[in-house]
Design a protein around this ligand. Structure first.
Ligand code: GLU
Length: 433
């Protein structure tokens, strides 16, 4: 059995961020403004869409194993609730900032709207290094974080879920803490829970599965035959490793993958199942036999059909966009491409499946988990997957239709669709009081 800490070691990668670029939240605002230029949006609505509705900053004291008390900082940003309860994961990472959490909460808002699910967008984060913490420390941190934000979450208020370095096990501590605090037995305050606590079948693979459905239709559009095509995966956490597996199942030859320690490359194809076993044993893909070492920089610039950035924000920038040779970029990570890079990639004719569409499978199945929990009636994995496919392909078609009509890139098209959905809800609600 893999322990909690082993699971965390298998999670995604960290790349150097370029401090000269716009911050993540500035990127989110630039993306919004770019889409709004093509829309006939009421300026009074736009004014309300530029900042989160609410941000909670909490201090989380944790008794560490060595007897000292360490105080961590946590956030929950609630961006927009016009379309329904707020929804979004919680990230544990040493580089978490309020700015990043705000950006991620904006992206959740647009993602839920693109996917057509009845939620607003939120995100949480705790500044911590989970790989360096014991299981007990992590549990105490997790329970106290949920206590600190408990007044603003709930099944019809705001529903947390996993994100970078947070796992189903952590979601189990979250739901237990919430239910103990409120004296209830809610299944639907947290999603991404373990199956034993009424998580959903298919939730663990959902982000990658949704992505693989979108890649399938994008490849058809571009007349790419997966049996003769190659894919490169940057980041080997939940989304990256399962994307590699599912694209391989579609027929793609996976020629390179990476994690925080480095990348591996084999033009003949990498044995994906072997890599996952190797990473479970050693903690990294690096050093995997029958493949050569490749740097993060070179990996992103490899000749391939499909590139899947599956780690953190802002890895495709104006510095490397010109060197990217992929035909499709499917964004498993949130915010991997900067606005400057977007312009370059669009000019180069690269087909981007933007994050708020490509990785929406995770939150779509979270929505199914929430619905199942509210009813107390649970579906088979086949039913979950087929409903996921239906929703994500509907979103893909909407985005493609707008991109063609507006002669714009897919991200802007996705934003036009999402922002108009949110704006319509805001309009009919009006402002209270
Ligand atoms: N963290 C995931 C995301 O960024 C999933 C969120 C959720 O399931 O609520 O989309």
């Amino acid at each position: 059995m893999t322990s909690q800490i082993d699971t965390l070691k298998m999670m995604p990668i960290q790349l150097e961020k370029d401090t000269n670029q716009a911050s993540a939240f500035e990127v989110a605002q630039i993306q919004l403004e770019k889409a709004v230029k093509k829309m006939n949006l009421d300026p009074n609505i736009l004014a309300q869409l530029k900042e989160p509705e609410k941000v909670l900053i909490v201090s989380i004291p944790v008794k560490m194993d060595n007897g000292t008390v360490k105080v961590f900082t946590g956030y929950r940003a609630q961006y927009n609730s016009a379309r329904g309860p707020l929804k979004g994961g919680v990230r544990y990472h040493p580089d978490v900032t309020l700015d990043e959490v705000k950006a991620l909460s904006a992206w959740m808002t647009w993602k839920c709207a693109v996917a057509g699910i009845p939620y607003g967008g939120a995100k949480g984060g705790v500044i911590c290094s989970p790989k360096e913490m014991s299981e007990g420390e992590l549990e105490r941190l997790s329970r106290r974080y949920i206590y600190e934000i408990s007044s603003i979450i709930g099944p019809k208020k705001d529903i947390p879920a996993p994100d970078v370095y947070t796992t189903p096990k952590i979601m189990g501590w979250y739901i237990d803490t919430y239910n103990k605090l409120t004296g209830g037995a809610s299944f639907s305050t947290i999603t991404g829970k373990p199956l034993e606590l009424w998580g959903s079948e298919g939730r663990g693979e959902a982000t990658a599965r949704g992505l693989s459905y979108t890649v399938e239709v994008a490849a058809k559009k571009l007349s790419i035959n997966p049996l003769e095509a190659t894919a490169v995966i940057q980041g080997y956490g939940n989304a990256g490793s399962i994307s590699a597996k599912l694209l391989h199942e579609q027929g793609y030859k996976i020629i390179a993958v990476s994690d925080s320690k480095g990348g591996i490359y084999n033009p003949q194809g990498i044995d994906i199942l072997g890599v996952s076993d190797y990473k479970t044993k050693t903690g990294s893909v690096k050093g995997f036999p029958k493949a050569e070492f490749i740097s993060h920089k070179d990996l992103l610039e490899l000749e391939c059909d499909v590139l899947v950035p599956a780690a953190l924000e802002r890895v495709i920038t104006e510095k490397n966009a010109n060197n990217i040779k992929a035909k499709i970029i499917a964004e498993a990570a949130n915010g991997p491409t900067t606005p400057e890079a977007d312009e370059i990639l669009f000019q180069k004719g690269i087909f981007i499946i933007p994050d708020i569409l490509a990785n929406a499978g995770g939150v779509i199945v979270s929505y199914f988990e929430w619905v199942q929990g509210l009813y107390g009636y649970f579906w088979s994995e086949e039913k979950v997957n087929s409903r996921l496919k239906k929703l994500i392909l509907k979103a893909f078609n909407e985005v493609s239709r707008i991109a063609e009509k507006e002669k714009t890139d897919n991200r802007t098209a996705a934003y036009i669709y999402a922002v108009s959905q949110v704006a319509k809800a805001m309009k009919v609600r009006g402002i209270w009081p």
